[in-house]
Design a protein around this ligand. Structure first.
Ligand SMILES: C[S@@+](CC[C@H](N)C(=O)[O-])C[C@H]1O[C@@H](n2cnc3c(N)ncnc32)[C@H](O)[C@@H]1O
Length: 281
């Protein structure tokens, strides 16, 4: 039997009767994984996730849309963090294993406007547990996800399989040193790249900027969710300086921050890379 719970209670936005009813239903039952999925593949993914310890599945509301997803993630993020050793060379911590409000919000923005992704080649950088990726697949994107943690790729694949019956193409990527294989797959670039809560290390700003300029087609877009960290704002400023343009929309966070319990403002930037004649290139 699966352990079920509900998260997603924000005191800072109105809660509709419909959403209360959805939550109440969620307490009773969660849907079975999508019909016809390959159970041996599911077991393979679960075996890869064994090192992070027990998993749990929560119902996550994708505000500002009316949609919701069942997302599997680590049952005890605190324990996982305290059992991990910080790697100073890579700044690695298993941050991918938690549900972050930024990814949920970006998923909600996608669910509200799925047409923008339907039939598009889309890349998500740093998918974490896969909330945004599942929303992108549901919207009909031809999705690739890239992360340096194989656990993030496995959990994203599991959630995608359970919720949509499909998996994204999963690629290993350290954006500080993108591999030849990743750049080969990137080819000319993607028309849309998604990223939620990617920047919390200053030394990631430059390599990510360089990568985005390499892997987003001229005229293509970056949809970036960020919760006000200085590093993320630095990158947005640098992109705007390079004439990337588009709206930056602030939202109240749909979930409390797992570290601090605060409801931050999350901004979704939809930035379009200039065409070559526009940036003088
Ligand atoms: C804070 S988590 C956010 C996850 C997800 N986007 C969300 O909002 O829930 C940051 C993500 O970026 C990935 N990441 C961090 N540094 C990376 C790097 N140098 N190369 C590739 N992925 C990285 C992590 O593994 C993780 O999946």
């Amino acid at each position: 039997m699966r352990v079920e719970a509900i998260v997603g209670h924000s005191t800072t936005r109105p809660i509709s009767w419909q959403s209360l009813w959805q939550r109440a239903k969620g307490l009773v039952a969660r849907p079975e994984p999508a019909d016809g999925i390959c159970l041996s593949r599911r077991h393979e993914l679960l075996a890869r996730l064994a090192p992070i310890g027990p998993l749990r599945t929560d119902r996550i509301e994708l505000w500002p849309s009316d949609e919701a997803l069942w997302i599997t993630h680590t049952a005890d993020f605190e324990r996982l963090l305290s059992n991990s050793v910080y790697d100073f060379a890579t700044d690695y911590m298993p941050n991918w294993a938690e549900i972050w409000p930024c990814g949920v919000l970006l998923a909600g923005v996608i669910a509200q406007n799925p047409e923008a992704l339907r039939g598009q080649r889309v890349l998500e950088l740093g998918p974490g547990v896969g909330v945004t990726a599942v929303a992108a697949l549901r919207a009909g994107a031809d999705l690739t996800v890239a992360d340096y943690d194989m656990g993030a790729l496995a959990l994203t694949s599991l959630n995608a399989l359970d919720q949509t019956g499909r998996e994204p193409r999963a690629m290993h990527l350290n954006w500080r040193e993108p591999s030849r294989e990743f750049l080969r797959v990137a080819g000319e670039g993607w028309p849309l790249v998604l990223g939620a809560d990617l920047l919390y290390e200053r030394k990631d700003v430059r390599p990510l900027l360089a990568l985005l300029e390499r892997i987003i087609l001229p005229g293509g877009e970056l949809w970036l969710g960020e919760s006000g960290r200085e590093e993320a704002q630095r990158m947005v400023k640098a992109l705007r300086w390079r004439k990337w343009s588009g709206p930056s929309e602030p939202y109240t966070s749909p979930l409390p921050d797992p570290n601090y319990g605060t409801f931050d403002v999350i901004t979704v930037h939809k930035l379009r890379r200039p065409l070559e004649q526009e940036d003088g290139g």
